[in-house]
Design a protein around this ligand. Structure first.
Ligand code: GRF
Length: 221
């Protein structure tokens, strides 16, 4: 049996995506282990969640560091100390620098609550609603030096409904995040992913060629 992929999860918030990874590992659908959880926010819900599950958890406060690069150097050190193979950003509210990206080339993933390249940055669900989009979704992508920009590994679409609020939409987007992130990481864990420039090549990953989400739904023909 190969060693399970060692994940380093970075978060600042409630950590529901961390929970989805914990659950997928427990269910046997993700061949990985969480080697360390790192947070810049000491009282983040995700920190409490990680501790509850007995995961090694490290708080690195950004206020104590002289620069973003110095902060990321501490992050890299901590990831290495815990033998991390893949860095998983899960609601980590900091821009990462080349210090982290060069230490883990094509080994840093992020999840964003929109179909990139639409609606990058903060409040992606709000942006989609304000724009009047009818379909938004979730993107799992490799991280590069630009925000919400690197090669796309997986996406899931979510329709926007007439009575949606940001909160209601967020719930449905997160439901898809919790399915997509463990699945996308499993593609890496099973060696099916190769990054070729902006494109991510997947081996033996299914896609129903007729699958479509239209909003509104046209009548069947
Ligand atoms: C998610 O919506 C993710 O897309 C964004 O940050 C949020 C983190 O949520 N990057 P949680 O802390 O995992 O619940």
């Amino acid at each position: 049996m190969p060693e399970p992929l060692a994940l380093g999860v970075l978060l600042s918030g409630s950590g529901t995506n961390l929970q989805a990874l914990i659950d997928a590992i427990a269910a046997g659908t993700l061949d990985a282990r969480i080697a360390v959880v790192i947070s810049n926010v000491p009282d983040a819900g995700g920190v409490a969640r990680a501790r509850r599950h007995g995961l090694p958890t490290v708080v690195l406060r950004h206020g104590e560091m002289p620069s973003r690069e110095a902060y990321d150097a501490r992050v890299v050190e901590t990831l290495r100390e815990h033998g991390v193979d893949l860095v998983v950003l899960a609601g980590f509210m900091r821009l990462v620098t080349t210090v982290l990206l060069r230490a883990f080339p094509a080994r840093v993933l992020n999840i964003h609550p929109a179909l990139l390249p639409a609606f990058p940055g903060l409040h992606a669900e709000r942006q989609a609603l304000v724009h009047g989009a009818r379909i938004t979704g979730v993107t799992v992508h490799f991280v590069d030096e630009e925000t919400d920009h690197g090669p796309i590994l997986a996406q899931a679409a979510v329709p926007i409904l007439p009575d949606d609020t940001e909160e209601k939409l967020h719930v449905r987007v997160q439901r898809q995040e919790h399915r997509l992130y463990p699945f996308a990481i499993q593609l890496i864990a099973t060696g099916r992913v190769r990054v070729d420039g902006r494109r991510v090549l997947l081996r033996d990953a299914a896609c129903a060629i007729d699958a479509v989400l239209a909003n509104p739904t046209p009548p069947a023909t």
